[in-house]
Design a protein around this ligand. Structure first.
Ligand SMILES: Cc1ncc(COP(=O)(O)O)c(C=O)c1O
Length: 450
């Protein structure tokens, strides 16, 4: 047993009960689910998680950016119970209920832009993206989509056509929707054009104009441009500050901007949406993950004139806007406001980033630190000079963290992601980052010794 206050791991992992659960899961559940390590959850509260063998972990993964208010926030639990006792489902595809109106009245004003907006509710991120694809095609009557390499927008066949972060996600599933043009994302640390920001003067935008629009993409056929303000699964990569403003020339050509806030949204970056730091107003915004603190709910929000191009029956989903999830979303918004979680994300995010930047100065394997609020990526490399991707090194750090009581996962191949619940407390966060640093130090000395 170690002497930590929060992270408490006894003996070897996985423990006996976890080992048995991992074995049984493999018997029944699709092998397409890939896991980072054998954590078998018994209970979770706030930013602490207990496994079935009694070990306790600090949660820096938040159910993949879902547990915005932490696990089992009392106000969320209370809201879920209250609604479950009234009615659990009634399908908003055919009937009405009130809390949907309340949620829309709370949510829509949080989306940038002055004009009237409307919302379509689904259950998952991919569903929100599917809706945005269909809606922007319906509205513009144009076939083409633009998306970035490195993008992640989901795994259903439409969303997967936009996703381009790992070949495995598409392996054996082709053909997808053919009318998608991918072009490079401005990943400044690994600039595809070997330029340096800001001296490059956004060469990436010129390249897109010269090599795509001037060569083979008929811009008048493009319905919409899908982007993440900070790429998530692609490696926690923020676009440089003026990038989306510089891409706005596309709007003059009638291309709709769809901002995927499924991972960056709901306060993660210290603002309600990640795009707020970029000074543009998207036409469509997709939200999921953190909106209902763990219950399945997604929202595709569009300017009213766009949403109104859909006619009754054109799109729906039986489970969309489940009333229990809607009540959890209302409680989530209450908690974010009353507990000042955006401020917490900014304050603790700045502190965490400072710690990771100090590690970058200290350790050869920390190549880059980036992100905003409690959405921070630490890219692990073999050495700073070549920037060779440190896939195995990152895996060893993640493994060290798990065995010492911190849940950290990757983004992309070699970026550690730091996404604790938005209400993580400073003492829990500090202890978790200390353990991450120990892991980085151990792997760094093993890597740089040879
Ligand atoms: C930016 C982004 N878009 C879409 C999705 C897909 O969401 P879901 O897994 O809920 O379908 C994800 C999931 O990680 C995501 O990060």
């Amino acid at each position: 047993m170690n002497s930590r206050k929060f992270a408490k791991v006894q003996g070897k992992l996985p423990g006996p009960k976890a080992s048995a659960a991992v074995k049984s899961t493999a018997k029944y559940v699709s092998p397409s689910i890939s896991r980072f390590y054998p954590l078998v959850v018994e209970s979770a509260h706030g930013s602490l998680v207990k496994d079935v063998d009694g070990n306790q972990f600090i949660d820096f993964a938040a159910g993949i950016a879902v547990l915005s208010t932490g696990s089992t926030h009392p106000k969320v639990v209370e809201a879920v119970k209250r609604q479950a006792e009234k009615f659990i489902h009634f399908s908003y595809t055919d009937f009405y209920y009130d809390n949907l109106i309340q949620l829309s009245e709370r949510l829509l004003p949080l989306i940038p832009g002055d004009g009237k907006k409307m919302v379509y509710y689904g259950n998952s991120g991919a569903e929100a993206i599917e809706a945005a694809m269909k809606l922007t095609r319906n509205h513009t009557k144009r076939p083409l989509f633009l998306a970035h390499s490195g993008a992640f927008h989901g795994r259903t066949m439409g969303a997967l056509s936009l996703t381009a972060s790992k070949p495995m996600q598409r392996k054996g599933a082709l053909p997808l929707i053919p009318d998608v043009v991918h072009f490079p994302y401005p990943y400044c640390y690994r600039c595809p054009w070997k330029q340096t920001f800001p001296e490059c003067d956004y060469y990436c935008v010129d390249y897109f104009k010269d090599q795509y629009l001037d060569k083979f993409v008929p811009v008048g056929d493009v319905a919409s441009y899908f982007f993440e303000p900070i790429q998530g699964e692609g490696g926690y990569v923020p676009a440089p500050p003026e990038y989306f403003k510089k891409m706005e020339f596309l709007r003059k050509e009638g291309v709709l901007f769809v901002c995927d806030e499924i991972q960056t949204g709901v306060g993660r970056t210290g603002k309600f949406l990640g795009i707020e730091d970029y000074g543009i107003v998207p036409d469509v915004v997709t939200i999921a993950k953190g909106i209902a603190s763990g219950l399945p709910l997604s929202a595709t929000i569009a300017k009213a004139e766009i949403m109104e191009s859909w006619k009754p029956g054109q799109h729906a989903s039986t489970f969309g806007a489940n009333p229990v999830a809607v009540e959890a979303a209302l409680a989530t918004l209450d908690v974010i406001e009353s507990e000042k979680l955006l401020e917490n994300a900014r304050r603790l995010g700045d502190k965490a980033k400072k710690r990771f930047l100090e590690m970058k100065a200290k350790y050869e394997i920390v190549g880059d630190v980036r992100g905003k609020g409690l959405f921070v990526g630490v890219e692990i490399v073999k050495d700073k000079k070549t920037k060779a991707r440190g896939d195995e090194e990152a895996a060893r750090v993640v493994d060290y963290c798990f065995h010492h009581g911190v849940l950290v996962i990757f983004a992309g191949h070699n970026t550690l992601r730091f996404i604790p619940p938005l209400n993580v407390t400073e003492d829990v966060m500090d202890e978790g980052i200390d353990i991450m640093e120990e892991g980085i130090a151990v792997v760094n000395s093993a890597t740089t010794k040879v």
